[in-house]
Ligand binder design. Structure first.
Ligand SMILES: Nc1ncnc2c1ncn2[C@@H]1O[C@H](COP(=O)(O)OP(=O)(O)OP(=O)(O)O)[C@@H](O)[C@H]1O
Ligand SMILES: [Mg+2]
Length: 247
């Protein structure tokens, strides 16, 4: 008897961009230990655009810094852009971040002596290396976020919202696969914030980038494909939210 041929079922496999397992990070202050973040499990697929929400002090910045390889947790495994960050040295993590990850810090972290354009170009220098097209890309990004006429201003000559937009351009200048943003629109008015987010998401969608954006703004969160509440990722050990924290 002739057996019918069994067709293998081929399912598209979306590679994980981020996988966290049993991650814990505490800080010690004298005899006291502060649990800064606890994530049992977090999976984000390549190309996903995710809003990370949670009350103030629950560990959103800490998680982003762990994902960027800036902070090493006390325990747990972290995979980001194809590498196990928990198994890498600090300098290897720094190189990996420079090449593959764009980070917008909650505190911006621009260098004061340099102009907006130079700050964005420094992002390229510390990443894949500033090539001849870096300047054109940096200028195009600054123009896209409405800073075409502020490129040669230093951070102290810019408004807080403008500095924040420069920080966004610096994170994008290397065309990273993974974009991590810590309340990147916190200092924008609604119209400007909406325009910057439009530009960001367009860029991310076109380039199939993965985006994790911390936000306290429900409207911004709605624009992302998925919202992850940090409180739902925590393990048996509770994380105590700061009193009076928002959203
Ligand atoms: N260097 C540190 N030493 C001690 N505790 C710290 C340190 N950094 C952060 N923490 C504590 O870890 C917890 C998480 O901080 P984190 O900055 O990740 O919160 P967050 O969710 O980003 O808050 P926000 O929404 O206010 O930005 C907080 O309770 C904070 O006090
Ligand atoms: Mg924070």
């Amino acid at each position: 008897m002739i057996q019918p041929m069994i067709q293998p079922v081929i399912q598209p496999v979306v590679p994980p961009m981020i996988q966290l397992r049993d991650v814990r990070k505490s800080y010690s202050r004298g005899t006291e230990s502060v649990l800064a973040c606890a994530v049992d499990r977090l999976d984000i697929a390549a190309g996903e655009q995710v809003a990370l929400i949670g009350r103030s002090g629950t560990g959103k910045t800490t998680v982003l810094h762990i994902l960027a390889g800036i902070l090493r947790p006390d325990q747990g495994s972290i995979e980001a852009v194809g590498r196990r960050l928990d198994q890498m040295s600090e300098s290897a993590r720094d190189r990996h971040r420079g090449r593959h990850i764009g980070m917008v810090y909650q505190t911006f972290n621009l260098l004061q002596p340099f102009t907006a354009l130079e700050n964005v170009l420094l992002g390229a220098l510390f990443g894949r290396g500033a090539g001849s097209d870096s300047r054109a890309r940096a200028e195009a990004l600054l123009q896209q976020v409405g800073l075409g006429d502020r490129m040669h201003h230093r951070p102290r000559e810019l408004s807080v919202g403008q500095v924040q937009r420069v920080a966004i351009c610096r994170a994008l200048v290397n065309d990273p696969e993974l974009i991590l943003m810590d309340e990147p629109l916190g200092n924008q008015d609604r119209a400007t914030g909406g325009q910057v987010l439009d530009a960001l998401l367009q860029l991310a969608t076109r380039g199939k980038k993965t985006v994790v954006m911390v936000t306290h703004d429900p409207e911004s969160a709605k624009r992302m494909q998925r919202t992850v509440d940090l409180a739902t990722l925590r393990g048996a050990t509770p994380v105590v939210a700061a009193a009076g924290g928002s959203s």
